[in-house]
Ligand binder design. Structure first.
Ligand code: C5P
Length: 234
């Protein structure tokens, strides 16, 4: 039973998705009758505790205005940035302009993860509702992982301690804004929100999620996502 934690969502959707080798950014590729991005937004829009949803979009994005969801007044826009972290920071600025308190929970979720399951969203919200730091959905590594140097194995990592970081990642608005803006100003590479929070010296909680919350990255991922979607709820 969900604890009804009120939250807002930031979806960075300003990437070009070069690894897909497609004619458009991966969030606009068709998947099971809609675009990837529309599936992603649907994961949140029906939730009763959602307060605001911000999508960070490339300033010259020609695809967004063509989607019916662009006219949905619940969806706010923010400009995309150079890197994912810049797009997220712009989304957080948009939320701060609404004068939400620093303690307000924000979930950041990749536009390219259209398969977030409602159970995982509930698990994340319930697990972190009273957490002092916040955390993220993640899965323990399945494969043995190697650290590489010039195409050869430099060392084998201790698999039992390795997790793959997924999204949503859930942190307080004030802390996340502070962490991201300070880490970026210091020139740190920030590939997810948790790494910015870690940079502040805090330890985000790992919440074990479903392994099918995949990020569309390579051409073969789209077929797999379509397969999962066709079996969703089955
Ligand atoms: O490229 P990658 O898969 O890591 O991108 C993760 C998410 O960040 C995607 O939803 C992408 O659209 C977004 N992104 C962004 N602004 C950028 C780069 C990526 O919003 N400059």
């Amino acid at each position: 039973m969900s604890k009804r934690v009120e939250f807002s969502v930031v979806i960075p959707a300003a990437g070009v998705g070069a690894r897909m080798r497609a004619d458009r950014p991966k969030q606009y590729l068709p998947l099971h009758g809609k675009t990837v991005l529309e599936h992603t937004l649907d994961c949140f829009l029906g939730h009763p505790s959602l307060q605001h949803l911000v999508v960070s979009l490339a300033v010259d994005d020609p695809f967004w205005p063509r989607l019916p969801i662009a006219a949905d007044s619940r969806v706010l826009r923010a400009p995309g940035g150079l890197e994912r972290a810049d797009s997220v920071l712009n989304g957080l600025e948009r939320l701060r302009a609404l004068e939400l308190p620093d303690e307000h929970w924000v979930l950041v979720h990749d536009a390219a993860r259209p398969l977030l399951h409602a159970d995982d969203l509930t698990l994340l919200l319930d697990t972190l509702a009273d957490d002092a730091v916040g955390g993220l959905l993640a899965v323990p590594a399945r494969d043995t992982l190697k650290q590489a140097e010039q195409g050869r194995v430099a060392r084998t990592l201790e698999r039992s301690r390795i997790w793959q970081a997924f999204t949503p990642q859930m942190f307080r608005l004030g802390t996340l804004y502070d962490a991201l803006s300070r880490a970026l100003a210091a020139g740190t590479t920030v590939t997810d929100e948790a790494s910015a929070i870690e940079w502040l010296g805090l330890a985000p909680r790992l919440v074990e999620g479903r392994s099918d919350n995949l990020k569309i990255t390579r051409p073969e991922d789209l077929a797999l996502a379509a397969f999962y979607l066709s079996h969703k709820g089955a």
